[in-house]
Design a protein around this ligand. Structure first.
Ligand code: S3P
Length: 208
């Protein structure tokens, strides 16, 4: 998608508005990482990647980084070492990634549930919760069987239980964006606009 589109509309947002939002969002972010959190299937990787392209800052997906350093897939890690080891590795990888920025970091659905990871993200990053309804998540995750946590007798119920447990915690994020069946450019533009709106708050706080 081109940002040099004059007054053309990009995903329903006036391009000039989007350009200003991008400038403001980059300013709000500074050297911080923009961290996407949310349940499996919320679109953290797809939207995160697009936002990183729009903001022109690097993108990293914590699950991909875990797979790269371990040379195993997430499913293989769960199978060989179990969830606790996977979580320990996830925490270490995210801790390392949070030390430098700015970048867009999409995290696995359980990462923000870890208290140490969460406080690190809340303290030194800017978090965006991609919130989605159960049916949307289920429609997306049921297409693939790569998620170890959903290898249960009733995976939709498992997903629903995770939603109940996790949504109050995800709600601690700095920003919430509703993920839905819309073009990802629209959701990405909404995330950037929400970050840009924080610029006003920051400017307000800096007034003498
Ligand atoms: C998990 C989500 C997965 C992956 C792992 C555990 C979770 O990532 O990290 O299977 O606990 O919700 P996605 O959210 O990217 O699917």
């Amino acid at each position: 998608m081109s940002r040099k589109t004059g007054d053309a509309k990009v995903a329903g947002v006036q391009a000039s508005t989007l350009e200003q939002d991008i400038v403001d969002a980059r300013r709000v972010l500074g050297q911080r990482n923009l961290v996407f959190v949310g349940l499996m299937g919320a679109g953290k990787s797809a939207i995160g990647r697009l936002v990183s392209q729009m903001l022109e800052i690097p993108f990293v997906d914590s699950d991909h980084e875990i797979e790269r350093v371990s040379r195993m897939t997430i499913a293989e890690l769960f199978e060989a070492y179990g969830e606790p080891e996977f979580r320990a590795l996830e925490t270490r990888v995210i801790t390392r990634l949070m030390k430098t920025g700015p970048r867009v970091l999409s995290t696995g659905g359980g990462a923000f549930m870890n208290e140490a990871t969460r406080s690190r993200v809340l303290k030194s990053g800017l978090s965006v919760w991609l919130k989605a309804d159960l049916d949307i998540l289920w429609a997306r995750v049921s297409k693939r069987d790569t998620r170890p946590l959903l290898k249960t007798a009733n995976p939709k119920q498992t997903l629903s239980d995770l939603l109940d447990q996790r949504y109050p915690v995800y709600a601690l994020s700095d920003i919430t964006v509703q993920s839905r069946d819309d073009v990802k450019e629209t959701i990405a533009a909404e995330a950037i606009a929400a970050i840009a709106r924080l610029a006003g708050d920051q400017d307000e706080m800096q007034k003498p």
